[in-house]
Design a protein around this ligand. Sequence first.
Ligand SMILES: Cc1ncc(C[n+]2csc(CCOP(=O)(O)OP(=O)(O)O)c2C)c(N)n1
Ligand code: SF4
Length: 302
Amino acid sequence: MNKISIKTLPEDEYFLGHKGCGGCGGTLVLRWALKVLGVRCFVVVPAGCMSAIGFIYPQMAFGVNAMIAPFAATGAMLSGIAAVVRARGLENVHVVGFAGDGGTADIGLQSLSGALDRREKIIYICYDNEAYMNTGVQRSAATPVGARTTTSPSGQVTFPAVKKDLLRIAAAHGIPYAATASVGHPADFLRKVERAGQIDGPSFLHVFAPCPTGWGCPADRTIALGKSVVETGLWPLVEWDHGRVTINRQPRSFAPLSSYLDEQTRFRGLKPKDIESLMKERDSKWAALHAWVRESTSSAEV
Ligand SMILES: Cc1ncc(C[n+]2csc(CCOP(=O)(O)OP(=O)(O)O)c2C)c(N)n1
Ligand code: SF4
């Protein structure tokens, strides 16, 4: 297979004509990933924005086999389809799920865990817009501290919250491949999708996907925010490949959080203590990340 790059990305479209908002990061995740994986895909999308905007009869946006899963059941449906693919001896097929952060970090987590445990050849992609967007911006376990949602007004949460670390949760299942990515770094994302497609077993991608409607940012800032979140250190680009952990981009020094936060009205109510919490969470995440890299390197050397 040729190495995928932005220049060699096929012109074919498999997610087009949807009803997503302008600047929707989630739609880019689906569109780009399906360009890499091609037409021989069975796609599962649970309740959420991507199913709401993609399956509007008769204007279906998918150019591949695709079906909607119950909200909690993406992992279960993926592993069921993969079992059928295996039983029928179908070759060169991808079984791929696209779920939001609510459908992944909260309600779909046990189903995802079961699927990763079953070791079928599936690709699970979480497009993370950091809230339940389709039902009106409710807080999820992936909502950052201090972000305003309709269930955390002015960023108030009544308990010490941190963003659930889906990469570490997935990797803890001992699966072959898991990675984070951002729509602000398309080449990195495309390469990771391609790698996931080569894996003989489950793989998991956690992709940063801005939502202008829910975040209160201009529609033309999606890619810029997808870059600045990485530069501030709030969204590390990381890869877990057969137990070896790689940080794909290490900013020499982190950009000020304001370069990312100030563009979004959801962070307008941030208090100094929220910014401090965000920085603390970031710094402890990076410390844990460096320790994870060291640990993975030394165990690979044994
Ligand atoms: C069992 C169940 N509970 C609640 C809903 C209502 N519901 C549909 S989509 C959705 C939000 C999905 O949020 P997320 O998974 O983050 O995806 P996004 O909408 O952000 O793309 C909810 C709560 C449902 N369809 N099924
Ligand atoms: S609400 Fe957000 S996630 Fe949903 S379609 Fe619009 S931009 Fe995309």
